[in-house]
Design a protein around this ligand. Structure first.
Ligand SMILES: C[S@@+](CC[C@H](N)C(=O)[O-])C[C@H]1O[C@@H](n2cnc3c(N)ncnc32)[C@H](O)[C@@H]1O
Length: 264
């Protein structure tokens, strides 16, 4: 690693988050959005008017989401809007057949959100398993010139920590080790939803290769890192994989990318 790279990596670490939008927060606190919503509604009553910022943004405090987000927020790198997308897409995907996957668990925050979402659904928590994959020793080797994140990054976690976090959810199964080896002895034929949060080219590629053929019609894959400048390899892996497939990867304003398996 050269000096320039070392400085940049120190100033902007691999676990990059979108910076908090101070200007937006100031507008919220000043009551600007509330007033604007009232005026734009021309006197009509708007439910949850305080969640219009300026558009309806339920991830900013809608009651049932907020209750879950408060529990997971200190255990995840994913921002509240990304967690909202995870929860809502998972709710829909549970209508399709198959298990639920998360590749890239780190300290277990989004895994816990997924477990809570399944637990709230009386048939899903009986019929589905939540499979969680991570090395719990940080990233594997990445590709020079393709990935920014390096081997060993994100190693500050442990399987014991995640197991303790998920102890109340018997349908959750942790697979410790590196992908794709941890896929090799699995007895899973159908997957309805997968959160791929593994940051680098080869890991994302390996996940798509295993999961896509098992994804049931209407099932979904959410790629966390697709739009992040810290993870150019993740986007490349998705774009390459779906270039020859009927599904159209949908890039979301959150930085995530959503793929919905075709029904034909
Ligand atoms: C960004 S973190 C996941 C964040 C997590 N979803 C959360 O809620 O904060 C990425 C994780 O992917 C894991 N990872 C990346 N490639 C992997 C591979 N090939 N095998 C196993 N784990 C991998 C890393 O160990 C790391 O913990």
């Amino acid at each position: 690693m050269n000096l320039f790279e070392t400085i940049i990596r120190t100033m902007i670490p691999g676990e990059v988050q979108a910076p908090p939008d101070f200007f937006r927060q100031a507008l919220v606190r000043s009551g600007y959005f509330k007033l604007r919503t009232k005026l734009a509604a021309h006197g009509m009553k708007i439910p949850d008017a305080d969640l219009y910022r300026p558009l309806f943004s339920p991830w900013e405090g809608e009651r049932s989401f907020e209750k879950d987000y408060r529990v997971v927020k200190d255990h995840t790198l994913c921002s509240r809007d990304r967690c909202y997308i995870l929860k809502m897409t998972l709710c829909q995907a549970t209508l399709s057949e198959g298990d639920v996957f998360e590749c890239g668990v780190f300290r277990g925050g989004t895994a816990l959100l997924e477990a809570m979402t399944l637990d709230a659904n009386s048939s899903a928590k009986v019929e589905k398993k939540l499979h969680l994959f991570d090395s719990f020793q940080g990233m594997p080797n990445s590709m020079r010139g393709v990935d920014r994140i390096k081997a060993g990054d994100l190693g500050a976690t442990s399987v014991e920590h995640v197991a303790a976090l998920l102890k109340d959810f018997p349908f959750a199964e942790i697979h410790t080790g590196f992908i794709p080896q941890t896929f090799s002895n699995l007895q899973v034929n159908k997957i309805c939803w997968a959160h791929i949060d593994v940051d680098i080219y080869q890991s994302v590629r390996d996940c798509i290769q295993y999961i896509y053929p098992k994804l049931t019609p209407g099932g979904m894959m959410i790629f966390d890192d697709y739009g992040f400048p810290s993870c150019p390899g993740a986007r490349r892996a998705v774009d390459e994989a779906f270039a020859g497939l009927p599904e159209v990867p949908i890039c979301l304003p959150t930085g995530q990318c959503l793929v919905i398996k075709c029904r034909f």
